[in-house]
Design a protein around this ligand. Sequence first.
Ligand code: ZN
Length: 460
Amino acid sequence: MGAAVKLFARHALLPQGWRRDVLLAWDAHGDLTSVTDNAVPPDGVELAEYVLPGMVNLHSHSFQRALGGRTEFAADGPGSHDSFWTWRDLMYRFARNITPDQIEAIAAQLFVECLRHGYTSVCEFHYVQRQPNGAWYDRPAETAERVIAAAQWAGIGVTMLPVLYRYSGFNDSPLKPEQQRFRTDADDVLRVIEALAPLRDGQTEVGVAPHSLRAASMAQVNQVVAALPAGRPIHLHIAEQQAEVDQCLAATGMRPVRYLYNQVTVDARWCLVHATHLDASEIAHIAASGAVAGLCPTTEANLGDGLFPLAAFLAAGGRFGIGSDSHVSQSPVEELRWLEYGQRLRQQRRNIAVSAEQRQVGDFLWQGALQGGAQAAGRPVGALAPGRRADVLVLDGAHPRLWGLALHEVLGSLVFSGNDNLVRDVMVGGRWVVRNAQHVAQQAIAARFKQTMAELREFQ
Ligand code: ZN
């Protein structure tokens, strides 16, 4: 890990847009102390061509990384009835016996991959909390601590979100046997949050995640939210599947977003993950509340969820961020690309995600996902500005995809042109964790992951 405290960027993406000759400085805590454009490079300071703020991955179930490629078969052959729900059965089977060691090994590998592709923060929506037999571990936050340990090993910033998970469906349906490892009451979740408190620092925050309207009652959600220390983020799966919307309507007489806003005060602490199925009034509610819509386009495509109404949401002033969720992709480029492409395919138009002030799609998406992601993470990230974390990506300025471009075309090329990974170096909290596209601990982390995958070869 380098000890540098300054970096000079020929071009850097600041909150106000691209600027030239930017000198970045940070302190021993990893916080940026000054960001100065039109600067002169001081002697001995490292030079970079293109510098971006690292992206926030606002939705992760890290253990699902180990399922990659293993659910892509049609159980019934052509015309198969496979769906989100049949995938979920496979995922439950996988989660049933996974150990804390395995959870940690998988998460570390995932975080290395995320860092190498430009994510410098992750929000972990963490629900495998009990032992396979349904008892608690001796340490109530055992598995959450393992994921945080993996984040520390890989060097990614983390917002740990212990999950409130009490029911298998609306009307307080009891959990199924395969869900017993996830079972938490409000008191359990608050105990885990308290146990994690000593781990909070510049790299680590702790919030909470009521799993969904299916899995938690509104009384429990309100209890947890009321007891949560001020300023901590609250994440919830809101309307991922049409069947979920239908069940919510049947149980409550309201669609999910309307029901949530009817029962709880939703504000800017909230991140509504998979706000896929919205009507016009629900779009207006989310936008007006300042909550972030957590969008996971590659997973939502992989699971057949549906398409988020992005254009209407942006027109209402809504905030969004991206997450890799089940980790079929570890690349923010792929999430942003598919966020825009889904809209183009549906509307048969081009260049959807823009604003009156920002007509470059790549710039709009990257900056929007930074702002929403930082808000959802509850950490000072997402911008190259004093007081924010020194989370920095250096692009490969020697790559042909960046040759001959005007500055306002760089992110267009990054997001929409090709599949080589343009991220060359990555700094998190003032420490280089990726150099020349190699993660500083990738060999040790990969060796442990390989062993873990061998252990998990047969889970069905
Ligand atoms: Zn999720």
